[in-house]
Design a protein around this ligand. Sequence first.
Ligand SMILES: C[S@@+](CC[C@H](N)C(=O)[O-])C[C@H]1O[C@@H](n2cnc3c(N)ncnc32)[C@H](O)[C@@H]1O
Length: 292
Amino acid sequence: MIERPRVRGAGPERVPVPPERIDREAIELSLLLEGVYRQYGFDFREYASASLKRRVWRRVHAEGLTTIAGLIERVLHDPEVMERLLLDLSINVTSMFRDPSFYVAFRRRVAPMLHTYPFTRIWVAGCSTGEEVYSLAILLTEEGLYDRTRIYATDINEVVLERARAGVFPLDKMREYTDNYIRAGGRRSFSEYYLARYEGALFERTLTENVVWAPHNLVQDSAFNTFNVILCRNVMIYFDRSLQNRVHHLFLDSLERLGVLALGHKETIHFTDVQDHYEELDAQERLYRRVR
Ligand SMILES: C[S@@+](CC[C@H](N)C(=O)[O-])C[C@H]1O[C@@H](n2cnc3c(N)ncnc32)[C@H](O)[C@@H]1O
């Protein structure tokens, strides 16, 4: 007879969880992910489990259900439920000039390198609704680099890519974004880049003239080009370690020698087996240069 813990976690505030519920949750979760993968082709099986569980439960309750098993049934029979689950699982939170110090470091350490190339290709992997791409396009414009750059902006989720293409962001965010822009070293007035309309702030079309938006799944799809810069921020934090490692191999295959991998302060290459291929350009903002 196997002894099972009676409570999940520790501490007096924790609610005792019946042992059979603990096992069932894990089984149901893995069945859900397996079903999602086999029916719709999205592979979330190696995403970090704590955040995944939270998000699945949120969808269970939002659909008026009480179990993950109930959600399996709905997801497998109704593609619209899958679409809503995908939005939950893919976590699309983003903002313009998010973590402004990243852009300061990019201007300082990466832009001068890009000036030495006649043309550059940049991949923004996991671009969500595009705020990061518009921010980068603004930075490159101000650095006199945009005209000789092509940005490939990809995401697993086609719904967010559609929003990114439209280039309309909530007006009530403009104050926060203006503040971020200034802290990111912006050189103009932020309002020069958009037109305020009733439906939102419509960003300059020129900012996306050199952008290719495309679906790409970092877990399942292979390399599709080689790049001078790859930006992938706030995406791999949701992956478990072995998946992060695999995605780092994909980036290595996709990065030119002396190209830059820009991860932002939440991610690192330290525990991966590609780390010897890189030297650090900026420890705080996790900018790495491929040296071998
Ligand atoms: C939190 S957002 C980050 C957006 C932006 N990079 C930023 O830092 O603000 C994470 C994005 O990664 C995308 N994503 C998650 N799993 C992915 C995968 N396997 N392949 C490609 N994109 C993925 C999600 O759809 C989401 O838009």
